[in-house]
Write a protein that binds this ligand. Sequence first.
Ligand code: DON
Length: 620
Amino acid sequence: MTTEQPKPIRHPQHWATAAMPPLQRFLAGCHAEFWPDHDGAVANYIPELGKADPAHFGISLATLDGHVYEVGDSRVPFTIQSMSKPFVFAIALDALGSDQVERVIGVEPSGDPFNSIRLNAENHPFNPMVNAGAIACSGLVRQARHGDAFETIRDALGRFAGRRLDVDDAVFTSEAATGDRNRAIAYLLRTSDVLKEPVDDVLAVYFRQCAVLVTARDCAIMAATLANRGVNPVTGEQVVTPYAVSRTLAVMTSSGMYDFAGEWIYRVGIPAKSGVGGGILASLPARLGLGSYSPRLDGHGNSVRGIKVCEALSAHYGLHMLNRSDDARTSIIADYDIGANPSRRSRRAQERDILAAHPDAVRVLELVGTLSFSNVDYVSRQLAGSARPQFVIFDLHRVTAMTQAGLRLLAELFRELADFHVTVVLSGIRRSSAEWQEITERTGDLGNVRDFYLLDTAIEWAEDQIVYRYGGAIDFIETTELAEQPLLAGLSGDERHELAALATIKHYQQGERILAAGEPANSLFFLRSGVIHVTLPDGIRLATLTAGQCFGEMALLEPLRSADVVADFSATAFEITLDDFERFRARHPKAGERIMRNLAQLLAERLTIANARLNLLAAD
Ligand code: DON
């Protein structure tokens, strides 16, 4: 039994008063459960390492949205040792190019301990995780960066961790003084031309990189950066390329735990790397990074408690990387056509008739989350299995990521649709975004892809095309009288003339703000020509109006304007003051009643559209 007492577990302050997130509780439970385990021994083949406090035990877990959980001695510094190897491999891949690195360093598991002097049949290191491969990597960085090699590595390790990292000079000196086995490996590598630089220069880089000081928290963030395709989830910095990350995780999977690697990936199933300083970091792609520190090691040179934490995390949450399934159907949050859910544009009767005759000419797919191989395949089958629309709008507002496979399938789908003369409209994606770049690079110039940032604008544009295609004319026509106004439907010609006589004609320039939210609402407007739109103060567009329609009519119900009205193109409108209008109503009570009924109907139509939209989103 241990005589050591567990130290109090540190939690970030705000959890003292609120419920603890389950993952924090889980990690605290692991800490308490494995604390009494005193198996293993602190490494002392590098004499300075033998001074580590065997009681230290810290755990940290970083999520890909940048949250970092910590328990115990998560801020105690220790030397990174072999945990530097995957990162330096990634740095070498990016700095020298994969050809040069892959030519001299293999990727096969050796089945040997980390410090084995055995090389493969070509006299090259088996992989970058054993000392021979790691020394070769340091040699390559030295070849590329000469005297700056170590600072290049230290700087990059710091960017993985999100802070500048120090070096433990005592550990460096201690290993430099005793590291003859590594010296022997390095000389051997020179005989097969894997190392081109002098052995002492390369080992100065390698020993110093092993002596970089990190904490369990740093390790979690570094591992999470690998899990996040090279983007540090805390700082947002892209530290290495996705190519370097996937190859690094591959060798961590097959060789990260040396001659325990097969067992590890079978039982735990999370790519990991250990160091004789007592650290283990584990990186589960697209999920999390884990760092642990406890210096007592087993016979393979892996931290005893660290292994238990990884095993517990994997077993408790079923996180084995091969134990996965995904429901591709969750990527479509709404799927409708303009018959079910038209744009917010108020349309004239002729346009409405055309659109009503072609309700499925425009199909809208609102997508969400990550567009992966399975998700895009599922989306493409939804399109294949139904009547062919003339326009398909893919709304990408809620898409958070696209995988390479997802992008490729999407590009192939666009090409397929182009062959069938279906126009693709993208909304919710900016031309300046990386995704847009990738989509256009992959699709080339298809000519059938349009984009509008706002979904409603995209739907409206597609509707316009349908109206044109079926012989309709849009906008820009002038209606100099009020006969077409739905708000005035049912009024006699005399009544309309009387109203027209009360009106003043207003002219607006393109882009001019006609009404502003919050202003007193003391007049009504009837659009004679041009196009205007109504937006809420936060920029949400409520409606686009063309000649023959009214705006500002809510003045009949509310004292203040609730929305902005802006001219899309130069426009003219009749303006009737509320006072004149009230006098007219007093003279013609029946007409006044009719107008209020028309207003109720207009509002009911808007409500029906809004409800249909809410239902669509709620149903998915
Ligand atoms: O080369 C060495 O021996 C040490 N600097 C690093 C070895 C190491 O961390 C092995 N990992 N478990």
